[in-house]
Write a protein that binds this ligand. Structure first.
Ligand code: ATP
Length: 236
C-alpha cells in the first residue's frame, strides 16, 4: 500500500470537516474522491499534503506515518499536490514556473532530465516555454500546474479538481493527461466533482458527503450501482 489514511478527522476550529475517514491507494492506481460541495474532499487532500493538521487518525505513506509532518517534508517524501485553482504564477514564464517548483535551474544533470521528461508529457508547454503563464488557456494552465507538481518526481500525485472551470474539451484533455501519467508510473489520487468523470477515470472511487465516507469500490461496480447516484445527492 502506498498511502493509507486511517480514521482521519479534521476540524476547522470546532467545526468538523472530516469524520473518521479511512482510505487507501496502492502503487500504480488512480483513485478518485467524489462528492458534492463541502463533502471534505479538498480537506482530505490538504491533510495528506500536511497543509492542515488532523485532529485524529493517522496517515501513512510507504508504511511510515506522515501525520503532523510539515508540507515540505511530505513533498520530499514523494507526495505532490496540484491545488484547487491551479495557483500558477501568471507573471512568470512557463519555464520560470517550473524552475521555481524544482528549486533548480533546469540546466544540469538530473534536473535537466526531469524537465525534459515533463515537457515531453506536455508538448503545449514546450511550445509556450518562454511565454507568460498568465497567457495560457485554462486547460493549459492546468497542465502547467500538473507539470509543476511533477517536476520533483513524486510517487503520489494529489490533484484537486483538475476540471474546475474548464470547457468539456479541455477537461477531457486534462483527464487524458492524468491517464498518461499513470501509464508513466505515477500513482494518482484525484478529487473530482463530476461523478461521471471520476468513475470513467479511476480504478476505484470513494464517495464522500458532509465529511463522511458514504460508498466506495471499483469504479465499474459503482457505475453500475443504482444506489450510487442516490448516495451522491443524498438520502442513502
Ligand atoms: P468543494 O467541492 O466545494 O471544494 P470539498 O468537498 O472539497 O468541497 P472542503 O473544501 O474540504 O469540501 O470543505 C469541507 C468543509 O469544511 C465545508 O463545510 C467547508 O465549509 C469547511 N471548510 C473548508 N475550508 C475551511 C476553512 N479554511 N475554514 C473553515 N471551514 C472550512
Amino acid at each position: 500500500m502506498l498511502l493509507s489514511v486511517d480514521s482521519l478527522q479534521v476540524r476547522y476550529g470546532k467545526a468538523p470537516a472530516i469524520h473518521e475517514l479511512s482510505l487507501c491507494v496502492s502503487a500504480g492506481e488512480i483513485v478518485c474522491l467524489v462528492g458534492p460541495n463541502g463533502a471534505g474532499k479538498s480537506t482530505c487532500m490538504l491533510a495528506i499534503a500536511g497543509v492542515v493538521e488532523p485532529a485524529h487518525g493517522d496517515i501513512q505513506f510507504e508504511g511510515r506515518s506522515i501525520r503532523g509532518l510539515p508540507p515540505e517534508t511530505i513533498a520530499r517524501a514523494g507526495i505532490s499536490l496540484v491545488p484547487e485553482g491551479r495557483r500558477i504564477f501568471g507573471r512568470l514564464t512557463v519555464r520560470e514556473n517550473l524552475v521555481v517548483a524544482s528549486g533548480a535551474q533546469g540546466g544540469v544533470g538530473q534536473a535537466k532530465a526531469q524537465f525534459d521528461r515533463v515537457l515531453a508529457l506536455f508538448p503545449v508547454l514546450q511550445e509556450r516555454y518562454n511565454g507568460y503563464a498568465g497567457q495560457l488557456s485554462g486547460g493549459e494552465q492546468q497542465q502547467l500546474a500538473i507539470a509543476r507538481a511533477l517536476i520533483c518526481k513524486p510517487k503520489l500525485l494529489l490533484v484537486d479538481e483538475p476540471s474546475l472551470g474548464l470547457a468539456p474539451l479541455f477537461a477531457d484533455r486534462v483527464f487524458q493527461t492524468l491517464r498518461s501519467l499513470r501509464e508513466d508510473g505515477t500513482t494518482l489520487l484525484v478529487v473530482e466533482q463530476s461523478a461521471r468523470r471520476a468513475l470513467a477515470l479511476a480504478d476505484r472511487t470513494y464517495l464522500l458527503r458532509s465529511g463522511r465516507l458514504i460508498l466506495d469500490g471499483p469504479s465499474n461496480v459503482l457505475a453500475a450501482d443504482p444506489e450510487f447516484e442516490h448516495a451522491y445527492f443524498g438520502g442513502a
